[in-house]
Write a protein that binds this ligand. Structure first.
Ligand code: 5GP
Length: 208
């Protein structure tokens, strides 16, 4: 039933743990794919091109915009980030659920193009913990850390534009909540074609 996959948009302040949550979620579900974004930001220690991001130059990024290859893009802090269109459309059409881990500006643009997508906001357990997590990453300068921290306060104002909020306190529990959201969303009547329900119910009768 309903062959097309679910588009899942995950946002939340830097340091809320979206990356770890998504990684764990993906490792438990092979019908789920993560969209790898393009960015003009420099790779952090250990980040791999094509896995964490496609690290591109400003020229490359502009070219992708001009060729309409991005589903959405935004300037976040001092860099550009964008979602490659072809990967998302191809996987949704093949029936995979696709996660976009993007900022609020991007999420709002996706909402216009894909109103049927599911929007989930990830919260840290506290602002203190958020600060510790960003610091622990060790990749930010003091200025960039402050910028990300200030932005976190502003971002939280946008929670009401999302469908769900999940606090990432205990990782396993937060992942379970995300899994439950995905399962529930797939059971929504307005996502299922009535004709598919009848086809499924009649399948058994054909063999009698
Ligand atoms: P970071 O530099 O920490 O990897 O990411 C900074 C912010 O950019 C995060 O909030 C992340 O969700 C967001 N981001 C990553 N990829 C994209 C994208 O393709 N589009 C948009 N709009 N935001 C993105």
């Amino acid at each position: 039933m309903g062959n097309k996959g679910l588009l899942i948009v995950i946002s939340g302040p830097s340091g809320a743990g979206k990356g770890t949550l998504c990684k764990t979620l993906l490792s438990r579900n092979d019908k789920l794919k993560l969209s790898v974004s393009c960015t003009t930001r420099q790779p952090r220690n250990g980040e791999v091109h094509g896995v964490n991001y496609f690290f591109v130059t400003h020229e490359n990024f502009k070219e992708m915009i001009d060729k309409d290859e991005l589903l959405e893009y935004a300037q976040v802090y001092d860099n550009f980030y964008g979602t490659p269109k072809s990967f998302v459309d191809k996987n949704l059409n093949e029936g995979y659920d696709v996660i976009l881990e993007i900022d609020i500006q991007g999420a709002l643009k996706i909402k216009e193009k894909y109103p049927e997508a599911v929007f989930i906001f990830i919260l840290p357990p506290s602002m203190e913990e958020l600060k510790n997590r960003i610091k622990k990453r060790g990749s930010e300068t003091e200025e960039s850390l402050l910028k990300r921290f200030r932005c976190a306060f502003q971002e939280i104002n946008y929670i009401s534009r999302y469908n769900y909020v999940v606090t990432n306190d205990v990782l396993d529990e937060a992942v379970k909540k995300l899994e439950c959201i995905i399962i529930a969303e797939k059971c929504r009547v307005d996502r299922i074609k009535q004709s598919d329900i009848f086809t499924q119910l009649q399948e058994g009768l054909k063999n009698e």
